[in-house]
Write a protein that binds this ligand. Structure first.
Ligand code: ASP
Length: 296
């Protein structure tokens, strides 16, 4: 099977001053995942490595770089799906987990698919997944440079010094597909608000023999349209990854008038990505490429 991997660093009104950092962060994360795949590692390991790299990069709105709620806390969401087993692991509203994707991966083999807040953090404690003081996220947020806002930016997508839900999809040599997503959610969200990022089928989806998808954008719209699964349905009807991505982003705009983007790999190893926002940072690797190709 051909190997393939793609990551994104969020869609929205990314300030031009951040273009270089966002693309470099995506390229580094794609390389981290690609190294795993090329060494014979699984798509699960590759996607995890790529998302950890993005969560640890304060450029992005995930892990350390998460935005804060209206009340000034970070509430992090993440999810991962294994296309071989259709297992899902997800967390929502965690405040102390440094890398929510590592906790989501720990939940993957459990009978539960989604754990919230303190219940999820108890699993992190049991499995020695690094916990931090909630101040870790608040201080990182305060350190982030503030950026000029475009006057016409959609308020919920305004850049707040850091920006960008993250996600990754990989296809490994055994034909297994894994997709994941991680976010701090919308800036200034009401406490308790959960978007699409931890919701399988909406924010991410993977199914061997079909494809894998990871989304970014106005999460409520992605939940309503079940966007990630919708992309896989387009692939099942015969579209390749790019055609499926384009078709579903067009539906997102037409049916909800909301904004976002997504990345896709189909079972044949084709890469696709699309957005109806001003920008979306991404990077991908295929076997014909010497280094990750990044863009925005
Ligand atoms: N989809 C994320 C959410 O709704 C936000 C984003 O992708 O920018 O929480």
């Amino acid at each position: 099977m051909p190997l393939a991997l793609i990551v994104h660093g969020g869609a929205g009104a990314i300030a031009p001053a951040r273009f270089t950092a966002a693309q470099a962060g995506c390229a580094a994360a794609a390389q981290a995942g690609w190294d795993v795949l090329c060494a014979g590692g699984s798509a699960l390991e590759a996607v995890t490595a790529a998302v950890v790299a993005l969560e640890d990069n304060p450029t992005f709105n995930a892990g350390t770089g998460a935005v804060l709620t209206r009340e000034g806390h970070a509430e992090l969401d993440a999810g991962i799906m294994d296309g071989a087993t259709l297992d899902v692991g997800a967390v929502a509203g965690v405040r102390r987990v440094k890398n929510p994707i590592l906790l989501a991966r720990q939940i993957l083999p459990l009978p539960q698919v989604l754990l919230l807040g303190s219940g999820a953090e108890a699993v992190a404690e049991q499995h020695s997944i690094p916990l931090v003081d909630p101040q870790h996220f608040i201080e990182a947020y305060r350190r982030a440079p503030s950026e000029p806002q475009p006057d016409d930016a959609e308020p919920s997508l305004r850049v707040e010094g850091k920006h960008g839900t993250v996600g990754a999809v990989a296809l490994d040599g055994a034909g297994h597909i894994v997709a994941a997503a991680s976010t701090g959610g919308m800036a200034n969200k009401p406490p308790g608000r959960v978007g699409d990022t931890p919701i399988a089928g909406a924010g991410y989806y993977a199914e061997d023999g079909v494809g894998g998808v990871s989304c970014t954008g106005q999460g409520e719209a992605f939940i309503r349209l079940v966007v990630a699964r919708r992309v896989c349905e387009a692939i099942e009807r015969g579209a390749d990854a790019q055609a499926a991505a384009d078709a579903v982003i067009a539906q997102l705009g037409a049916r909800t008038q909301m904004e976002g983007g997504l990345i896709v790999i189909d079972a044949a190893g084709h890469i696709g990505f699309a957005r109806n926002t001003a920008a979306m940072s991404y990077a991908f690797c295929t076997e014909s490429m010497a280094t990750p190709q990044a863009g925005i």
